[in-house]
Design a binder for this molecule. Sequence first.
Ligand SMILES: Nc1ncnc2c1ncn2[C@@H]1O[C@H](COP(=O)(O)OP(=O)(O)O)[C@@H](O)[C@H]1O
Ligand SMILES: CCCC(=O)OP(=O)(O)O
Length: 372
Amino acid sequence: MEVTALSHNEHRILVINPGSTSTKIGVFVNDHSIFEKTIRHDSQFIQCFHKIADQYEFRKKTILETLDEEGINLSRLDAICGRGGLLRPIEGGTYTVNKEMLDDLHSGYAGQHASNLGGILAYEIATALNIPAFIVDPVVVDELEPLARISGFSLIERKSIFHALNQKAVARRVSKQLGKKYEELSVIVVHMGGGITVGVHKNGRVIDVNNGLHGEGPFSPERAGTVPVGDLIDLCFSGMYYREEIMKKIVGQGGLVGYLGTNDAIEVEKMIEHGDENAKLVYDAMAYQVAKEIGSASAVLKGKVDAIILTGGLAYGKEFVSKIREYINWIADVIVQPGEDELQALAEGTLRVLIGEEQAKEYTNDKIVHKM
Ligand SMILES: Nc1ncnc2c1ncn2[C@@H]1O[C@H](COP(=O)(O)OP(=O)(O)O)[C@@H](O)[C@H]1O
Ligand SMILES: CCCC(=O)OP(=O)(O)O
């Protein structure tokens, strides 16, 4: 690749977004991408690792080899940023990767999710280069209103676990397009990927959102979402399953995977094209549940919704999007922003700190959370 001299106000940033079956990496000069690559991993190989953190050595080697092949000079980097992680609940922003954060990511204190590797990889590669490591808007960004925390069962509090990074980045982008500040708007952002989360963004804060990992909301390509609770309890105590097996059926093998054996919506669309009635019913049900969640989010905003934004991989599906639209068009304008731009969002969050526009926040592990 072409090597150019950096001027004093240019910052070169490596960003790392570990997903369940891929690691996306990018190199940015300020907020301008000069290299991006999705490294795919064999899903059966990945599943051999007992804990997410055990994949660290393998993913690090793959990243470094890829950068080397592309001729990227690591010594010219100024900072590294990873997508993090199932940590304890924190407010949005850019965080320095510190020891307390690393302890929680390594142990999976708040749970197992591929993004736990983001902070670990950023830290390990950055430390060898003597440069800082950050994470931006991790999946545990928690800005819930007190009202939204009440689950209805006094032993369990609702949690904020969602696609915070992409939801906030897309909401900021659309606000700009609408000629307003993110902090002035009330929007509903629907990220539809492996998991599906519907966030209520009011004046720059996500005041309510479904826990998209193992909590609630619509079912998704690989997660069950809300399930009838009494029946789930019966299943748990039926003696037929270990805890890990039930958890896997909810996260990873739930949703489309459970009904149709695939998490790939494109494959499901092909099944429907070939006349598979069951696939059509299940796919329609997923759109129906997403629409119901949007309706519920619009009630949180008392109907004063500036826009509904559909994003994530499933937003590429024209039929799927049009099904959702049929139910929710009456609420507000629907803006479709397919895919995600998480690498860009990581670079922008890091840059805000490097140029002094924001100060990096410090993570502390003094909050106790119910472990999963
Ligand atoms: N063109 C497309 N049409 C319909 N569905 C798509 C399309 N592209 C991707 N998807 C689906 O989007 C889902 C993955 O979304 P993505 O946002 O990449 O997930 P992740 O949460 O892993 O980042 C998969 O079910 C995939 O099949
Ligand atoms: C854990 C909430 C965010 C999420 O579901 O991410 P993926 O869809 O990338 O697994």
